[in-house]
Design a protein around this ligand. Sequence first.
Ligand code: FMN
Length: 350
Amino acid sequence: MGLYTFAGPIMRLLEPETAHGLAIKALKCGLLPKAKPLNEPVLASTLWGLNFVNPIGLAAGFDKNGEVPDAMLTQGFGFSEVGSVTPQPQPGNPKPRSFRLLEDKAIINRMGFNNDGLDVVTERLSARARKGIVGANLGKNKNQEDAVADYVAGTKALAGLSDYLVINVSSPNTPGLRALQNKDQLAELLHAVLVARNETVEKGKAPLLLKVAPDLTDEDKTDIVAVAIETGIDGMIVSNTTIERPDSLKSEHKGEGGGLSGQPLFEASSLVLREIATQVDGRFPLIGVGGISNADQAYEKIRNGASLVQLYSALIYGGFELVSEINKGLAERLKADGFKNISEAVGANL
Ligand SMILES: Cc1cc2nc3c(=O)[nH]c(=O)nc-3n(C[C@H](O)[C@H](O)[C@H](O)COP(=O)(O)O)c2cc1C
């Protein structure tokens, strides 16, 4: 039994943000046992010129301030994502703003991009040895009217310090943010950040990914994929949290405002992934996120078109041991189905 499993029940007695703060502190101080190194070539792949030792990544929102990207890699993740970071530091929404839906194995959050801002995160990432793969997820400040300016600022600051960049236009907790997924606004935004990226780093560095919401109409999805292909971005992350509330939810917190993640998001986000993967048709890689808590679910995302996957909510219920468990289970499933490498399984269901 690892420390996190042992501490898990105690952690769950604490208010979610207090528990999260403690987990970050423990990681910073190196108090958590490291995951055993996993030697499974079947899980390794190269995307955007980056060598991923395994496909399981830490989703954005856990390490918003870039305090523990490398510590998370020692927990068994193949890559970790810092952010969302906004140019100026901001406090986010009033507390409480994060809720555990225990019976549903879900989380509702309306954090509102609480973060230390670009200067501090830039300093932290500059101090890294840059051994593992760490992405930077960019957001915009609540009071900034010129959204493009914020994403351009984030791109210029972090393109040279991270292995990939994410344009997050899909968090439900910043007013107007999701409207940036509309065709014309999205095209303008992506053109501008690509120019900024190309001016900041040499060709082929800092691949630019777009993170989308699961709550999209068919027309939205078609438009977004068309803009992604036309602008020449390098990938997409599908998906962020949902503003929908499935009838199946049981927890007393189900009526809280914000984005829902965890188990109840799995089906919906997998469906959007599948639809987007079909339209993208291999032109660029996709990262599948939403409700992954075991190897079967990670495998399903991969078979539905994801080259890599990420998770966050399941850590709150399963602890960090889950990462190695999922990797092991995934390797077993790939081999049992006759795949020599994970890349062969990507999109197998499509
Ligand atoms: C407390 C919390 C904070 C989050 N913050 C961010 C964020 O800042 N930026 C972002 O792109 N996604 C954020 N997310 C969304 C996750 O990255 C992920 O897309 C979503 O939770 C679905 O994955 P999961 O079901 O494995 O949690 C957050 C999620 C949670 C639970």
